[in-house]
Design a protein around this ligand. Structure first.
Ligand code: ZN
Length: 490
């Protein structure tokens, strides 16, 4: 049997995946900072790690999938300076920071549901784990890798680096960091308190007007951004778990700091495999406020954005994300989305033909090679573009059979159905296109058929004719037989 291989950022190599405990996998993925509506930059990670989770499920692992919600401590500058992102938004919207967190957590999860992303096994919030974070900071101080200054606590990178290599994940070395920090503005908030400019905050003293603050051994304050992920991953997955995931933008400083915090307190890198997905661009450009190209996910669904002439369904979005390998950059454009939609419809159509094909028993074409190559591609570091290419090849063969140019045995038809079910619907997680609206249409037509049946029984022929003629006028034909009434598109 072929083994699952994953690219580990830590070793910079493709490695065979081995779980720490037999048949169990613990995954921690850095979740959203909930202060705004999710945009296209937020969808790739969840889709990629959802496919990984579904793949591990299919390999009979019991997966515990933890994804946090950052609702405190993530500052506007993405480092130790600036205002808390939620607090800033709360002031703009003039509501409580926790209301901001609730509104945008709900919005985020709503978008995740639409894209058929399985909810995490555990979804811990930073604000609900202040005690765990304080305890972890205390441990790091006791071990000698952090220091307290004037109500704030900083991680002592130099003293850590004497025992552990700081920068092992990102490949950055202390000398570079020192040079980089020297060019920074030394008057930035808290910089003058640090022993070294590359030290980072574990706990920050809060000014009286700061909205979110808690009592700690160092006075009133709030946690740094990196400490929550160390505290919560260890709490729910143990000191040493299997997979830690996130975007490449989190590699440094966030994940580097997570490793340092965990090693400083537990003497072990928290995760065996560090998996990072690449970033997204819009029409070939990075997303930026000045370019007005930050498309929100809901805007993509309803087409309400200057860069779009119409909306695209969540299935199309999910499919288009999986058309690129997760370690390559992914470019969104309207043309790419239209192409993805066409491709998706082609696959769905081929899938629907399988119910109508007539099985033959001689000289039939097989699909076993595709079954094998799809599994192989998935196990090869989640190579979803190859999986999709093989699904298109399957669709091509189905069309040949449908056109009478080739033949399938009944066994092959069943195998083709199971490929769609297991890989296309199951692991890639693509729901039928607008299944909701076609379900509703079905129900409405069935309802009209029942009214017509009652009308006929009551000899109300004008009404029964009216229903039939109306449906015909919108392209739906009713077919009466002894068994009842069926319908089809005309
Ligand atoms: Zn994190």
């Amino acid at each position: 049997m072929i083994k699952l291989k994953l690219y580990n950022t830590l070793s910079r190599e493709l490695e065979n995946f081995e779980s720490i405990h037999p048949n169990k996998v613990g995954i921690y993925v850095c979740g959203p900072t909930v202060y705004g509506a999710p945009h296209l930059g937020h969808v790739r990670g969840p889709i990629v790690f959802d496919v990984l989770r579904r793949l591990l499920d299919s390999l009979n692992y019991k997966v515990r999938f933890v994804k946090n919600i950052t609702d405190v401590g993530h500052l506007v500058g993405d480092a130790d300076e600036g205002e808390d992102k939620l607090q800033k938004q709360a002031k703009i919207e003039q509501i409580e920071p926790m209301e901001i967190a609730q509104i945008y957590t709900d919005m985020y999860n709503n978008v995740m549901d639409k894209m058929n992303i399985l909810r995490p096994s555990i979804e811990p919030k930073a604000s609900g784990h202040i005690i765990e974070q304080i305890e972890l900071i205390q441990e790091i101080i006791e071990k000698g890798y952090a220091y307290h200054v004037n109500g704030s606590v900083y991680f002592d990178v130099d003293s850590y680096n004497k025992k552990y290599p700081y920068g092992e994940l990102s490949g950055r070395i202390i000398e570079d960091l020192v040079a980089g920090a020297a060019t920074q503005n030394r008057t930035l908030d808290g910089q003058e308190e640090k022993r070294n400019p590359h030290d980072f905050a574990l706990w920050k003293k809060a000014s009286p007007e700061h909205l979110m603050q808690w009592t700690s051994p160092w006075g009133k304050g709030f946690p740094g951004w990196h400490i929550e992920c160390s505290a919560m991953s260890v709490k729910y997955l143990g000191k040493h778990f299997d997979i830690h995931g996130g975007g490449m933008d989190l590699l440094f400083p966030h994940h580097e700091c997570e490793i340092a915090q965990c090693k400083a307190s537990n003497d072990v890198n928290p995760a065996n495999y560090w998996i990072h997905h690449n970033m997204v661009t819009i029409n070939g450009q990075k997303m930026a406020k000045s370019l007005n190209n930050g498309i929100k996910v809901e805007e993509l669904f309803d087409g309400n954005h200057d860069l779009l002439s119409r909306g695209f369904s969540p299935e199309v979005l999910r499919f288009s994300v999986l058309q690129a390998h997760y370690r390559s950059t992914l470019d969104f454009s309207e043309d790419a989305l239209i192409a993805a939609e066409k491709g998706l419809k082609r696959l769905e159509f081929a899938e629907s033909l399988l119910d109508k094909l007539e099985a033959k028993s001689n000289n039939t074409t097989t699909v076993t090679d595709l079954d094998e190559s799809i599994e192989k591609a998935l196990l090869d570091d989640l190579n979803t573009p190859i999986v999709i290419a093989q699904l298109f090849e399957l669709a091509r063969r189905i069309n040949l059979v449908n056109d009478g140019n080739e033949e399938f045995s009944s066994q092959t038809i069943e195998q083709a159905k199971s490929i769609f079910k297991k890989y296309f619907r199951g692991i890639l997680g693509i729901k039928p296109l607008s299944s909701e609206s076609s379900d509703m249409l079905n129900q409405v037509i069935e309802f009209l058929i029942n009214i017509r049946k009652t009308a006929k029984m009551e000899k109300n022929y004008p009404l029964s004719d009216q229903i039939r003629i109306y449906l015909q006028s919108i392209g739906i034909e009713l077919m009466d037989s002894k068994e009842g009434t069926n319908w089809k598109f005309n």
